[in-house]
Design a protein around this ligand. Sequence first.
Ligand SMILES: *[C@@H]1O[C@H](CO)[C@@H](O)[C@H](O)[C@H]1NC(C)=O
Ligand SMILES: *[C@@H]1O[C@H](CO)[C@@H](O)[C@H](O)[C@H]1NC(C)=O
Ligand SMILES: *[C@@H]1O[C@H](CO)[C@@H](O)[C@H](O)[C@H]1NC(C)=O
Ligand SMILES: [Zn+2]
Length: 194
Amino acid sequence: MHQLNLLLAAVLYTAALSSAAAIPQPPISTPILPPQTTQDNNPTPQLPYGVVLNNCTIPNTIAIAFDDGPYIYTEQVLDILANASIHATFFLNGNWKGNIDELSHVVKRTFAEGHQIGSHSWSHLNLTTLPYNTILTEMTTLESAFLRILGFFPTYTRTPWLHVNELVLTALADLRYHVIGANIVTDDKELEKF
Ligand SMILES: *[C@@H]1O[C@H](CO)[C@@H](O)[C@H](O)[C@H]1NC(C)=O
Ligand SMILES: *[C@@H]1O[C@H](CO)[C@@H](O)[C@H](O)[C@H]1NC(C)=O
Ligand SMILES: *[C@@H]1O[C@H](CO)[C@@H](O)[C@H](O)[C@H]1NC(C)=O
Ligand SMILES: [Zn+2]
């Protein structure tokens, strides 16, 4: 099914290209995107960009993901995961609970221990309330930090509070992000209240 969709997309794209060659097209105003010189270290071009993905692609598997770090609890989580030989995804912020540059050793350790790094935006704003350019800045500021710390930036993101709207998904597609949702939310953050 997925391959069929890809094939169809390829056919439509080819058709669009040949008609573009035949008929001169008016200039389209495209957003000015920051240069993407360094790709994800593990790109997944077969997955769509700017579409919320809630399901694992491999049947009978689960994917565990943690949001909001790096923070003072992250290393404890890393210890527990290492002890259990489990790899997870960490959707990190730049400046939210902790500051990513001050905790860069935690980011490096997370990656070195085989976990997937994802983006949870720079400062955990409600992206659905922001204009297009601010959404881009929330993502690209964190990209720069990842480049400084890890030498690459991820192409996977989970948005703060899992909030998306059409503009957010458009911006994330323009930046070529795979958008990850969830189909089980553990609400472990509620424990902070006790
Ligand atoms: C994703 O999983 C949910 C159950 O959690 C299921 O209802 C849904 O159909 C699945 N979607 C796809 C695209 O497989
Ligand atoms: C590691 O696992 C062992 C046995 O499964 C357990 O006794 C120990 O408490 C665990 N340590 C941590 C840090 O989770
Ligand atoms: C984010 O903004 C949307 C749209 O105004 C609103 O519905 C939602 O409750 C907000 N979420 C948070 C956590 O503030
Ligand atoms: Zn969050």
